[in-house]
Design a protein around this ligand. Sequence first.
Ligand code: AMP
Ligand code: MG
Length: 322
Amino acid sequence: MSRYETELEVALDAVRAAAHVCRSVQARLVTAETLEKKDKSPVTVADFASQAIVCQRLAERLPDDAVVGEEDSAELRADDQAALRAAVAREVGDQAPGPVDEDTVLGWIDRGGAAADGDRYWTVDPIDGTKGFLRGEQYAVALGLIENGRVVLGVLGCPNLEGGLLVSAVRGEGAQEHDLEGGGAARALRVASVATTAEARFCESVESAHSDQSESAQIAQRLGITQEPFRIDSQCKYAAVGRGDASIYLRMPTRKDYREKIWDHAAGMIVVEEAGGRVTDVFGRDLDFSRGRTLDENRGIVATSGAIHDEVVAAVRAVRGE
Ligand code: AMP
Ligand code: MG
């Protein structure tokens, strides 16, 4: 039995429900027209609805737990956002036993406004990879539990990965993959064991603003990797490493002042670690989740299937001139 049986059950249920909302919004609202106009409104609706649903599920089952969410309701409360509020309430209502009013939904979203400073809190990215969502491609719903500055549990919903799946992990208890719909048995998740880095497939952001792709190309070359990078948005990259679809995830800083956000990495990191891999920053340092909303003491990310980690970090450092 898991030490976090209730937490895992609640987190899986919350991410499943949020993923359904995201999926339904992406299917209905991301159209050729919104793509063409670079209209961000579909992701805005899904983002708020997803955070509301995750916070509602946590509030119902674990009412004393704090939640650090990426979103707050300020934009949604503005006088000129009545249509957006109504749209979000409608989407949330579709996942609830009955209709819900706008104030209730705003209240749920605001439950995600806790400070990242207690002994125990959840962190949620209601839609990680918003650019991927808007392109009709990959995105994730990410939920992690942090206790005393350490990630102890994580669930990632990946609605477009391999037809839709969830991955989860509990510290010390391994990682698992689940059907998005539920029902089927969970499957143990293991990284792929590559003997040499040359065999490794690496993944990185689609968005070159989020990760320096010319640097990663130099690192790949140094490691003898000839395969093209696997570019996907969101923490689906961590899921790809955890499942063995890739063996390396590189996130190379593009700006000196950027600090990675805890909700962009908590769930993904623990999934890779519990699947047998390793996760550090570009200096090879452990990720420090005790610093509040950002990974203040870290820069970039290197995640691997494990055995090759030191070699990959050495290549990263050499290319960065350290
Ligand atoms: P990805 O889908 O992996 O490209 O990452 C999406 C995440 O990148 C978003 O959730 C943002 O929080 C984050 N992000 C935004 N700007 C930057 C940046 N300059 N460097 C790294 N990550 C960023
Ligand atoms: Mg994100």
